[in-house]
Design a protein around this ligand. Structure first.
Ligand SMILES: *Cc1c(COP(=O)(O)O)cnc(C)c1O
Length: 403
């Protein structure tokens, strides 16, 4: 049991807490599901990019799935071996491509024909061979929130099958490109297996087609997206997941890459916030807390549900909105949920806050971002300092006019 009161006292609120033992368990569960095959679990860094979190996963043997050169740098800094790092993203700048190639990471995931041409040009200038993979958009509805669906032709991600084929042909005939992998990632918070299986079937067929024209790919990258339980969602069993994917690869000898983010970090994370005030506007009850949308954006951005519990307060309940101090009506953590009547400084725990929490944070309303704390084997330690006002103005102050 995590002692939230002690941690809130020691580190102040708002506060992020990550239970590293939970991250380990999740990692081992997925690793175990793929143990019968060659597989690399490349942690999707964007879900929680704290260096200590990435370092913890690197120690467990994870690779890294990066979506910016900043994330590639984080992965390297945290000790992820370069041969387990991949780099995806719809819009990579020339300087990012150059640095990724010079870093000699496993491969770059291409998301358009135009990008293939840029990578070829840059590889030529560097006089090297760029290992590449193509992100295929299999046009499958993942049945998740539209903002986190990525595998439909209406989404900006990846290329259609015909374009992918053209890209592989071009790569095969290029002296500076080496096609080593194929990739798809149809969305996030997936709770149904069938769309993933369908996508894998389509992409595996393309692998066979390419094989017939002597393009031999080594890596079958199935993306991330495994859903977790925030409320009462029934999630995909990792073993069934691996079986479904392996079932589409009969006759192919490939290393599976899997890019879990949320699955590893979401339920390892807790966000602590204290009640400042209760207030009633006519019939409507508001609980105003010290955390806000700049700390945890998911409720505002996706109407995402996070379980919230009062610590040490089991009084009688009535419906309330839990809201932050930011000047936006969209600044809320919960709407019309039952909560006890609070006193000043009562503590709330927001669950499942380990993925897409801190990383989506901002300094909106000139609010410093929360501190982050790790718990491992019963010990807590700071892994990111709380931001101060000095941090917030550091990049602006010197540019003010002097009168
Ligand atoms: C975001 C992302 C992931 C991770 O998604 P989760 O839902 O957190 O598992 C994996 N791969 C790519 C390419 C992504 O953009």
């Amino acid at each position: 049991m995590i002692n939230f009161s002690d941690l809130a006292e020691k580190y102040q609120t708002p506060l992020y807490i990550y239970d590293f033992d939970t991250i380990t368990q999740q990692y081992e569960m997925l690793k175990d599901a793929f143990k019968a095959s060659k597989a690399i679990l490349a942690y999707a860094i964007k879900s929680n990019s704290n260096l200590s979190v990435v370092q913890h996963l690197a120690k467990l043997g994870a690779g890294a799935d990066c979506v910016s050169i900043g994330e590639v740098r984080r992965a390297l800094l945290a000790g992820v071996p370069k041969y387990k790092i991949i780099y995806s993203g719809v819009g990579k700048q020339d300087t990012e491509i150059k640095e990724a190639l010079e870093s000699d990471i496993l491969f770059i995931n291409l998301e358009s024909h135009a990008e293939l041409e840029r990578v070829e040009m840059i590889a030529q200038e560097l006089n090297i061979v760029a290992r590449i993979s193509v992100r295929v958009n299999p046009n499958i509805d993942p049945k998740t929130h539209p903002y986190i669906s990525t595998g439909l032709h209406g989404n900006k991600f990846g290329v259609d099958l015909n374009t992918a084929k053209r890209m592989y042909l071009k790569a095969k005939n290029s002296e500076n490109l080496d096609p080593v992998g194929i990739h798809f990632h149809i969305g996030s918070q997936l709770t149904e297996l069938e769309p993933i299986r369908e996508a894998a079937v389509i992409v595996a067929d393309l692998v066979r087609t390419l094989q017939a024209i002597n393009i031999e790919l080594k890596f079958f990258d199935v993306g991330g997206g495994l859903g977790v339980t925030y409320d009462d969602e029934v999630t995909i069993d990792p073993k069934e997941y691996s079986q479904a994917i392996l079932g589409t690869l009969t006759g192919l000898d490939m290393t599976i890459m899997c890019e879990p983010g949320r699955f590893l970090t979401a339920n390892a994370g807790y966000f602590l916030t204290r009640v400042m005030y209760e207030k009633q506007n006519d019939e409507k009850r508001f609980v105003i807390v010290d955390g806000a949308m700049n700390d945890l954006l998911r409720p505002s951005l996706y109407s995402a549900y996070h379980k919230i519990e009062a610590v040490d307060n089991d009084g009688e309940t009535s419906p309330a909105d839990i809201v932050g101090p930011v000047c936006e009506s969209g600044d809320f953590f919960a709407k019309d949920r039952e909560f006890p009547i609070f006193k000043h400084n009562d503590l709330l725990v927001v669950y499942s806050a380990g993925a897409y929490g801190f990383g989506m944070g901002s300094n909106y309303n000139t609010r410093g971002r929360s501190a982050e704390v790790a718990i491992e084997a019963g010990e807590d330690r700071l892994i990111r300092k709380r931001e101060t006002f000095v941090d917030l103005v550091a990049l602006e102050k010197e540019y003010m006019k002097s009168y």
